[in-house]
Design a protein around this ligand. Structure first.
Ligand code: SAH
Ligand code: SF4
Ligand code: F3S
Length: 440
């Protein structure tokens, strides 16, 4: 069979980790002779890499899978595969198979590295192939990757999560926390810098607990070692967990010549009662103390966060505690979410589920507050020159774009392609969260 002209199309939902896993699926398909297409209609294989963190992520995936029924009827040889966190939920693969019998392969997060094997097996059988292992296996190294985010490269450092925040499905669909060996991480980072990548983002559900299952190592040590790699690149990492974000690590970030001056530190809520119900294992005072310490070491650090509203039993008073904390910290950015009930998590069984309309009002208040902070922080950039790593081109705006060390996005015009280069940009206009400037 001539595979040269075969095309793949991957649709990814969810977090950076999932985007990176799609790069692995793309890598496997590339090795099998497929090439990428950005049109579903041209594809010989369509892969959905799904997310189930909130109900709307699942609804979107289900809607898009359902919409392929017609295409599959017209194109008998088309392979449709569905993988990722959604399929890993207990009983979900079977449910998906019943809802969408035309789907050819259903695979879980623990089966991703074996995608080649699954595809080959499917090609030799007619019926749907369901391969969802209940338990995670050992870390598999050496999976090929077709990277899609140059000049940034994602590097896994831990898989899974042991924290069991009571609202969160991740520990159930990604298994227990496992750290990759420092040696393998460093080798991957060195290779990436050699290949010309200018930004490395270390990935884990809780990067701060890296190495707890290994000997004599820690995330602080990893930052130190990655920072020693020669070459011109930036280092980012996500996500941090306030309970494990400690002074050793803050020190390592502050002395690193590569680490960006930005830390994503999800707080989730500002009320101690809610934080306890969420099983976050820190108080608002602990959080504010860590922010203070971080700013002592790196006074100009930008701190971003995730916040949730409408967790079961959240009162107006609890919410105002969150608002107060947001005001006190002055985040450089915040991802805000309405709590979404996830079957199988402890919070789903809690009394006092909050009315959707109340949650909507609360999230709007938070968004308004954060927009105001963004606007004020952006204004401080006016007429300043900042170093930007050019990441891409925005077709709509007709401008290049990139971020500074604080993670702030800037747009600018250029006659030549600057993607992957560090450039100096003078900020001439500020709006909401992003900036507009001119090359200097
Ligand atoms: N491991 C990371 C990210 C987890 S998912 C962390 O601990 O921060 C990203 C964000 O989604 C979380 O920070 C949380 O704010 C949000 N989230 C997780 N579960 C959710 C749920 N059931 N409903 C709404 N938001 C949720
Ligand atoms: Fe979910 Fe909490 Fe783990 Fe983050 S740390 S993935 S929110 S359980
Ligand atoms: Fe990520 Fe969604 Fe899974 S946020 S870990 S893809 S549930």
């Amino acid at each position: 069979m001539d595979n040269c002209l075969k095309k793949y199309y991957i649709i990814t939902y969810g977090c950076q980790m999932n985007l990176h896993e799609s790069e692995k699926i793309a890598g496997i398909l590339t090795e099998l002779g497929y090439s990428a297409t950005n049109s579903e209609v041209d594809a010989d294989i369509i892969v959905f890499n799904t997310c189930c963190i909130r109900e709307n992520a699942e609804d979107r995936a289900e809607g898009n899978i359902g919409a392929l029924k017609k295409l599959k009827k017209q194109k008998k040889d088309l392979i449709i595969a569905v993988g990722g966190c959604m399929t890993q939920q207990p009983g979900f693969a079977q449910k998906l198979h019943e809802m969408f019998p035309f789907v050819d392969i259903i695979f879980g997060t623990h089966n991703l590295e074996r995608f080649k094997e699954l595809l080959e097996k499917k090609l030799s059988q007619k019926k749907t192939l369901i391969a969802v292992d209940e338990k995670e296996g050992e870390i598999i190294e050496g999976t090929p990757k077709t990277r899609t985010s140059f000049p940034n490269a994602w590097v896994n450092i831990t898989y899974g999560c042991n924290n069991f925040c009571t609202y969160c499905i991740v520990p159930y669909v990604r298994g227990r926390e496992r750290s990759r060996s420092m040696e393998n991480i460093l080798k991957e980072c060195k290779d990436l810098v050699k290949q010309g990548y200018k930004e490395i983002t270390l990935l884990g559900q809780n990067v701060n607990s890296y190495g707890k299952d290994l000997e004599n190592t820690s995330f602080a040590k990893l930052i130190e070692e990655v920072s020693k790699i020669e070459g011109d690149f930036r280092l980012r990492f996500m996500t941090n967990h306030p309970k494990d974000f400690n002074e050793d690590l803050i020190r390592a970030i502050s002395v690193s010549k590569k680490a960006c001056k930005t830390v994503h530190l999800p707080v989730q809520a500002g009320s101690n009662r809610i934080l306890k119900l969420m099983n976050r294992k820190y108080t608002r005072e602990d959080y504010l103390e860590k922010v203070k310490l971080l700013r002592q070491y790196i006074p100009d650090v930008s701190i971003t966060t995730d916040i949730m509203v409408g967790f079961p039993t959240e009162t107006e008073e609890d919410f105002l505690d969150t608002v107060d904390l947001v005001k006190q910290v002055g985040f450089a950015g915040a991802f805000t979410f309405i709590y979404s009930k996830r079957d199988g998590t402890p919070a789903a069984k809690m009394d006092g589920q909050v009315d959707e309309e109340i949650s909507k009002t609360r999230i709007m208040k938070l968004i308004d507050l954060q927009n105001e902070t963004n606007r004020k922080q952006s204004e401080t950039y006016l007429n300043k020159t900042v170093q930007i790593l050019c990441e891409g081109f925005d077709d709509k705006k007709g401008m290049y774009l990139g971020r500074d060390t604080y993670g702030r996005m800037a747009y600018f015009k250029s006659e030549t392609d600057l993607i992957g280069q560090f450039v100096d940009v003078k900020i001439t206009k500020t709006g909401g969260i992003s900036l507009i400037g001119e090359l200097v």
